[in-house]
Structure formats: structure tokens, C-alpha cells
Write a protein that binds this ligand. Structure first.
Ligand code: M6R
Length: 611
């Protein structure tokens, strides 16, 4: 849950590291630091707070040198403070390291090292690593890091430099992501690609238990026995601009506005002229499918919410029974998973620890795993049998938006693909849905065009302490996602209910002036939701409604709603792709009106790579 970056080349390292850290700030933002090596001496600057606080330290204290490592922290062990910030020094100040992950046996190692005379300057689990490296160091940093990792239990990606070896940077990884950016006369390490996208589009992805020895002109990858490993270059087509705010005040708003484009990228090349679905990296045949007796969908947070809609799509179009579970529950419930199970996992980052653990369990039991993820070469992509990339482009804001919409679109493609394999989706239905899927970007655009009006409404209602969201069918799932967005970035208490459940309890919460956000885009339950809305209104609740134009004449007392937004007419199964945008924008404007740091909400980090 931290970000690491490293540089070796001919340029001054400090600014490259700080720039990289800014792009990784979504992974952790309670403290940061850099270590730069010059004249056979390492200098470290670190500071509690945001990267701009570190810049404040560096402004009058520039560190020269062309090799260095940097870190932005999301505290797990030890409060956010200058002393707990990374990099950490060995006692002789000749070795510096940065670390992302958690060392589970750090207490035991710390006691052992203390008894051997090592002094600790922080409360972090990480500091044991640098002392272990120092302990095993005999002039070869690669060997010392490798030896140290053998003592570690837990997860790590590590960047290390030594003043005795000023021409090399060492990296190691287990269970925490690390990429190596390949430059010309310079090379990089980073927790993820956007951090160094400005410098290169070519990467090696380090695998678990691997180490890398990086000089300015060469990169060597080794396994844990220090035998050389061949690795293919991963080339990304992302533009460096994708990882910048591009004039928007927050990444989240930029990413919300990118959704029409992201959706097109998610479906591009996957719908054939005749409407058929083509999923290149999904090689499930009719025979494979015949063996599958059930599907499990597993994910966390927003990705889980996308899975909820995907479950309905697959059940409807492929008629396969589905269980859905959050990964943190799945991994500990002794799931019934066999070689006849298809596990579908969704993950923006492709690095979520709980989701990875679920894959591991499923694979050990012989299940086939299909991943829907945004990050090429991520751990989840590599560990799955079939992969669909969402192609949303880098998502930087902690609150997931375009990843969600593209995940839902990919789930629709999977459902139609499986339905076709089973002969359950007619040519006509397939053509209609795929045509509508292509048009969904225009419907999202309608929601974006309503931004100003929405902002006005939300700003006027920014002081409400509780917000409730209701819907039925797909709209209930959309309400769940909207509620998560509101909570995580505005810190306003919000809850989502299936509208039909209101009378079973939650309606007791409605009083004069309570705002209820209702989503009503589903024809088959429209009248039912309208009755639920009426129940809310008669108890003094104020209703914010998102519906489709085609239902206008079927909604009584439209003028009595507090606010109504109409989406253009579309197939009800496509509606979740567009209706959610109103809720994303609602959450965004509420957070802005309440002065929140939208992109970096308190206590949260983008990639949850620890349990
Ligand atoms: O990278 P993943 O999609 O696996 O991440 C899963 C969740 O941590 C993530 O969706 C989280 O809920 C977001 N903050 C939601 O906006």
C-alpha cells in the first residue's frame, strides 16, 4: 500500500524520483522520502505529509546524484512521522532501502537483530530489512538482499542502493508489485507503470521471488537462487498524458469524464461486424463450458459491485448458477470450489491481496480462473487462465470510476460470450445488445452534460449528515456502488437499500428532509420502485431520482421529486453503465463542497496489496 520508485542513469535522480512519487501518491500519502547517492555517500530526505511537504524540504536542500530510490507511505506499522518515513538507512548509512508490503515476522527479527547490536530508528516493520541486508553484506548488494529476503515472512517489493556500489540498483519482489522501466542509458523501478510512463513505455514485470540488478545500461533478472531469468518486454500503449490531471482539479473528475472513451476502448475489437463476441485472451470452448457447473465471482470494493451486475448478466444470458463473494470472505470460508468451477475475478489494479489469495485457493482446487483487470502484466492477470483487460487506462484517483464502468461492460461481453457458447442468445438479441453497448458512451455523456445542474443541487444539500440510496434489480447494485463512492470520498454517512426492503426496517430512518437517491431505470420493477418512492415522500423524504426518458409518462407526481435526471432511452441492461455516473458525480461534488481531498481520501489507498 506504498509506492516505490528508483532511478539510475545520467540525469539528476532527485527530480525524477519526486515526479514518480507524485504519480504514486494515490498508493500512500502520509509521508515520503528519497535517498540519492553521490560521491560514494547516500543522502536521505524524508518528511511526514504529502509529497509537496517533501519538496519543501528539498527546495533548500537539493540532493545531487544520478542514482536513487524514493517512497510514498501508507502507514501500517508505526504512525506517520518523519522517522517512520522511508527510505531507511543501515547503521553505517551505507545502504538505503525502500519497501512496499508487510513483514509479518518483523517483531521476531527485530528482537534478534537488537540482540546482535543493531539499533532501530523507527517503529516500522521495514527497518528490519535494511539491517538484515547490512548483516549479510559482504560487498555484493544483490547477494545481501537475496539472503535477507529468505528471512522475511510477508510481502515485499524492495529497492536498495549501497554507497559501496554506486553503479547499481537492486530490486526484489514477493507479493507486492514491481516493474522495471527500460530506458536508454537509464533505467527505473516503480510500483506501477504510470510512475515512470513519462520516461518509457517498455517494462519488465518482476515476478514473485525474483530480484533485479539494474545499471544504467543493463537489467538482469534472477530467481531466488540467483540464476538468470529471461523475461519478455511488456510494451504499454498508454499515453503519459493519461497519468496527468490534464487541467481537471482532481483525477477523479478527469476519470469520470473519460468514461465514454474508456467504455469504447473496453469493447473495441471485441464485437465483430455480425455482433458476435471475440475475446482473444479467453479460450473457454463449448466443451470447457459444458464441464463448468457453476461460476463464482470474487472481488473487493467497487470491483465486487461490478461483479454484482455481472452476476445478473451471466445468470440472465448464460443461465449458469453464480455465487458472488468478497475476496476477504471467500478466502476464509472454505469455499466449495472444484475443477468444475469457473472463478471470475475483477480487479482494477490486478494486485489486490485478498483477490490473489482467492485465485490461489481456486487454482489449488483445479478451478479455471478468468480475470477482468485493468493492469497489463499484473499479478492477477498472470495468475489467471483467461484474462480480459478493461483498457480503461491508468486510474489514479483512489475512488474507482472508469474501472467500474469498463468492468461492467466486460461482464456484459462475458455473459453474451458464454450465452452464445450455450446457444442461449439469439442473433437478434446479440445484435441489439452489442449495438446498444456501443451507444452507451453517448448515454454516459448525457450524465456528464448534466454535471453543472447536478453540482448546483449537491452543493445546496452538502450539509446532510445521512444519505440513503435505493433501487431494485440492477439499480440496487448501482445504489450500492453509489453509496460506496459517497462514503469514501465525502465521508458523509450513506447506505444503500434494495427498495423492496425499505418496509422491512430501513424506512424507520426516513424523516422530514431526509434525502433519498433513487435509481429507477428498470422497466419490470418501475411501478414497484415508484411505490417505494411514494412511501419515502409521504414520510417527508426528499427524492433525487435518476430514470430513463421512456418512463416519463409512467411516473406520477414527477414535479414532487426534489430533483430528477433523465437518461436517454436504452436497453435496461445497459442502463447501469450510465446511471452510475450520476452517483459518481454526486459523490464527487459532495466531496468538493465539503472541502475533501477527493483523490486521496483519508485512511484509503488505491491498491490494497496487504490483507
Ligand atoms: O484494484 P482492485 O479493483 O482490486 O481494488 C478493489 C478495491 O480496493 C477498490 O475497488 C476500492 O473499493 C476503491 N477504493 C473503490 O472506489
Amino acid at each position: 500500500m506504498c509506492g516505490i520508485v528508483g532511478y539510475i542513469g545520467d540525469k539528476q535522480a532527485q527530480n525524477i524520483l519526486v515526479d514518480g512519487l507524485k504519480r504514486l501518491e494515490y498508493r500512500g500519502y502520509d509521508s515520503s522520502g528519497v535517498a540519492v547517492l553521490d560521491n560514494n555517500q547516500i543522502e536521505i530526505a524524508k518528511k511526514k505529509g504529502k509529497i509537496k511537504d517533501l519538496e519543501g524540504v528539498l527546495v533548500n536542500n537539493e540532493i545531487n546524484g544520478t542514482i536513487g530510490i524514493g517512497h510514498t507511505r501508507w502507514a501500517t506499522h508505526g504512525e506517520p512521522s518523519d522517522r517512520n518515513a522511508h527510505p531507511h538507512f543501515s547503521m553505517d548509512e551505507k545502504i538505503a532501502i525502500v519497501h512496499n508490503g508487510i513483514i509479518e515476522n518483523y517483531n521476531e527479527l527485530r528482537e534478534e537483530l537488537k540482540s546482535e547490536g543493531y539499533k532501530f530508528n523507527s517503529d516500522t516493520d521495514t527497518e528490519v530489512i535494511v539491517h538484515l541486508v547490512e548483516k549479510y553484506y559482504d560487498g555484493d548488494l544483490l547477494k545481501a538482499v537475496n539472503r535477507a529476503t529468505k528471512d522475511l515472512v510477508g510481502s515485499y517489493s524492495i529497492g536498495a542502493i549501497s554507497s559501496d556500489e554506486p553503479d547499481r540498483l537492486i530490486a526484489a519482489r514477493y507479493s507486492s508489485p514491481l516493474v522495471i522501466g527500460i530506458g536508454e542509458g537509464e533505467n527505473f523501478i516503480a510500483s506501477d507503470i504510470p510512475a515512470v510512463l513519462e520516461h518509457t513505455k517498455n517494462y519488465y514485470i518482476l515476478e514473485d521471488h525474483e530480484l533485479a540488478e539494474i545499471t544504467k545500461n543493463d537489467i538482469k533478472i534472477y530467481n531466488q537462487d540467483l540464476e538468470p531469468v529471461e523475461r519478455e518486454i511488456t510494451h504499454v500503449t498508454w499515453d503519459a498524458k493519461d497519468a496527468q490531471k490534464d487541467g481537471y482539479p482532481f483525477f477523479m473528475l478527469k476519470e469520470i469524464n473519460e468514461q465514454p472513451r474508456a467504455l469504447q476502448d473496453a469493447i473495441r475489437g471485441r464485437i465483430k461486424e455480425n455482433g458476435d463476441i471475440k475475446l482473444d485472451d479467453v479460450v473457454i470452448t463449448k466443451e470447457d463450458l459444458d464441464k463448468i457447473d457453476h461460476i463464482q465471482i470474487v472481488a473487493c470494493g467497487t470491483a465486487y459491485n461490478a461483479g454484482l451486475i455481472g452476476k445478473k448478466y451471466i445468470e440472465k444470458y448464460a443461465r449458469i448458477p453464480i455465487e458472488i463473494e468478497t475476496a476477504s470472505e471467500y478466502r476464509y470460508k472454505n469455499p466449495i470450489v472444484t475443477e468444475n468451477t469457473l472463478l471470475i475475478v475483477l480487479s482494477q489494479s490486478g494486485e489486490t491481496a485478498d483477490t490473489l489469495a482467492a485465485i490461489d485457493i481456486a487454482k489449488k482446487n483445479g478451478a479455471r480462473v478468468l480475470a477482468i483487470t485493468n493492469v497489463i502484466g499484473s499479478s492477477i492477470a498472470r495468475q489467471s487462465n483467461d484474462v480480459i483487460y478493461t483498457n480503461a487506462g491508468p486510474e489514479i484517483a483512489v475512488a474507482s470510476t472508469k474501472a467500474y464502468v469498463t468492468q461492467v461492460a466486460c461482464m456484459m461481453l462475458v455473459a453474451l460470450h458464454l450465452g452464445r457458447l450455450k446457444g442461449l442468445v439469439s442473433d437478434e438479441k446479440l445484435k441489439k445488445l452489442t449495438t446498444e453497448l456501443k451507444q452507451a458512451s453517448d448515454h454516459i455523456q448525457k450524465a456528464l452534460d448534466d454535471s453543472e445542474e447536478l453540482e448546483e443541487y449537491v452543493t445546496a444539500n452538502k450539509d446532510h449528515e445521512d444519505l440513503y440510496l435505493i433501487g431494485r434489480g440492477h439499480d440496487y447494485n448501482t445504489a450500492i456502488e453509489g453509496s460506496l463512492k459517497i462514503k469514501e470520498i465525502s465521508y458523509v454517512h450513506s447506505e444503500s437499500f434494495s427498495a423492496g426492503e425499505l418496509k422491512h426496517g430501513p424506512i424507520a430512518l426516513i424523516e422530514d428532509g431526509t434525502i433519498v437517491l433513487a435509481v429507477a431505470t428498470q422497466e419490470d420493477v418501475l411501478e414497484k420502485v415508484m411505490s417505494n418512492i411514494e412511501e419515502v415522500r409521504t414520510r417527508g423524504g426528499k427524492v433525487f431520482l435518476v430514470t430513463q426518458e421512456k418512463f416519463k409518462d409512467r411516473i406520477a407526481d414527477l414535479d414532487k421529486m426534489d430533483k430528477v435526471f433523465f437518461l436517454p432511452d436504452m436497453d435496461d441492461d445497459i442502463a447501469p453503465l450510465a446511471s452510475v455516473v450520476y452517483l459518481q458525480l454526486f459523490a464527487y461534488f459532495l466531496a468538493v463542497a465539503n472541502g475533501r481531498n477527493v483523490d486521496q481520501p483519508r485512511n484509503l489507498a488505491k491498491a490494497v496489496t496487504v490483507e
